[in-house]
Ligand binder design. Structure first.
Ligand SMILES: [Mg+2]
Ligand SMILES: [Zn+2]
Length: 192
């Protein structure tokens, strides 16, 4: 069995969603992000960012800009003792029809292959329904971060919380599951 990971969307999940964040100095962590990630890390969860960054494919900013923002994110977290195992970004535009732009599960599958992650025992956390879709397509549990009732388009996340901080106790309480061994595929827990 591989490692358990929390697969984290970036914008709107870890940091303020500034819309096509193109400069490191514009990165603002959301309140509670550092503490949440510290708790998860302390409990042995591997932390991985999986993020659509179509600003590259749309020509709004460069891959190098994206790398600089990623470096800033890592620095801010490292200052608090939090280690990101890896970051996976889809740089493509929607019309590129790639396999990695969420709701496709490509980023999650790549992370699993590279990092020996057990997707069935991992959790995808994001603030958009496409994060939930990507997580479900990869066989993960899913958490949707929303403050208002979510239009889930028929796809229910396993849990909904207003922010990452509130999702941490729920994630920490998850028992390991063995797919195909009779466990329910999806526990419908809406913890609002
Ligand atoms: Mg987001
Ligand atoms: Zn892509």
């Amino acid at each position: 069995m591989g490692r358990r990971a929390v697969l984290l969307d970036r914008d709107g999940t870890l940091n303020e969603d500034a819309g096509y964040l193109d400069r490191p100095e514009s990165l603002r962590l959301l309140p509670g992000t550092v503490e949440a990630l510290s708790s998860l890390q302390a409990a042995g969860w591997v932390l991985v960012v999986v993020s659509n960054q179509s600003g590259v494919g749309r020509g709004f900013f460069s891959q190098q800009d994206l790398d600089r923002v990623d470096a800033r994110l890592r620095t801010l977290l490292a200052e608090a003792g939090v280690r990101l195992e890896a970051s996976y970004y889809c740089p493509h535009a929607p019309w590129d029809a790639c396999a990695c732009r969420k709701p496709a599960p490509g980023l999650l599958q790549q992370a699993a292959a590279d990092l020996e992650i057990d997707l069935a025992n991992s959790v995808m956390v994001g603030d958009m329904i496409r994060d939930v879709q990507a997580g479900q397509a990869a066989g993960c549990r899913t958490v949707l971060l929303q403050t208002a009732p979510a239009p889930t388009e028929g796809l229910a996340p396993d849990a909904i919380f207003p922010a990452l901080a509130q999702a941490v106790p729920w994630i920490l309480s998850l028992a390991p599951r063995h797919v195909g061994a009779g466990f329910p595929a999806l526990l419908q827990i809406n913890a609002r």
